[in-house]
Design a protein around this ligand. Sequence first.
Ligand code: OSB
Ligand code: MG
Length: 370
Amino acid sequence: MKIERVDLQRIKIPLTAPFVTSMGLETHKECILVRAYSGPYVGFGESVAMDVPVYNEEDVDTVWYMLEKYLIPQLFTRQIEHPDDVSRLFSWMRRNNMAKAALEGAIWDLYAKMNGISLSQALGGTRTQIDVGVSIGIEPTIEKLLERVDGFIRDGYKKIKVKIKPGADVEPMRAIRQKFGPDVPLMADANSAYTLKDIALLKELDEFGLIMIEQPLAHDDIIDHATLQRELKTPICLDESIHTVEDARKAIELGSCRIINIKIGRVGGLTEAKKVHDLCQAHNVPVWCGGMQEVGIGRAHNIAIASLSNFTIPGDTSPSHRYFAADVVSPMIDFAAPGVLDVPTAPGIGMVINEDVVRDALIEHKSYFA
Ligand code: OSB
Ligand code: MG
């Protein structure tokens, strides 16, 4: 396929409720939507970089810059046979994985549409439905947290993930176990808020029978995590530390984790995400699909990758209304049954863009031509 045109749209949408983590407070979602054109077809991608570089080194502006300066011009120089070519084409550039993934995702959608198959099918997905978990920020009080957990359990979510940080860790987890019992599938995400000095405190979490603790230590670490995993009963799941299939191989070899969270943007696209999935599967390491509070396009990509067979743990792939009153896809993504999403079967991401919502949220847009 020959890519003739790419559009970038920067949008900003309010979150229905503020989201607090050990990285800070979010009240809005700001991101870049990508449209790639070939003949009568349009493929859609979404950059998951945050508006500030607190999760990784990228932000909305760096993604725009890398796309405009390097990635889009380079894409125009080639005939693309398969979306896997795109990650090879971009491999000379160090990092900037979310910028690469935004454009690569649009090409995957385009490729699937041109072939009349769903994105899930194009990726080799086997599930027709996926189980869904929820990620809950750090709430102002334990009472508020328990209220939110109660609401999400009633909604049918199959996994409850709670953000933790020093000072908001053991007590909230104990309160949840006391109120909702031992059977609620529960986990914690620290977003790198601890060090090995906190080993005794982290061991206290073992008593709560968590499915896992996500990224307790530094964002760039796999050595200390291996030390910690030897001390903990609770499985460690790595998020921030895994950028490539090679990172995953090393982490598995070292014993730094027993579970991996796959985020398409963090690993530079769907091709690399699939490689991480396949490697983990070969090593009996279960994976699940992480989230970056995506709007509908990114959410659709997440659902497609989560349909692969080794995504055996519910992901952070909540329906649109978890974060937004209005979403860029129509209809908004919603449960087929409580805690369950259908994997779309229509070509590509299988979603229709709600252009009214995009227009209302638009901050900046630009078209690039081959
Ligand atoms: O660590 O998984 C994370 C959101 C932004 C940045 C990092 C993370 C998160 C979430 C929310 O946990 C996941 C979601 O519901 O999209
Ligand atoms: Mg995380």
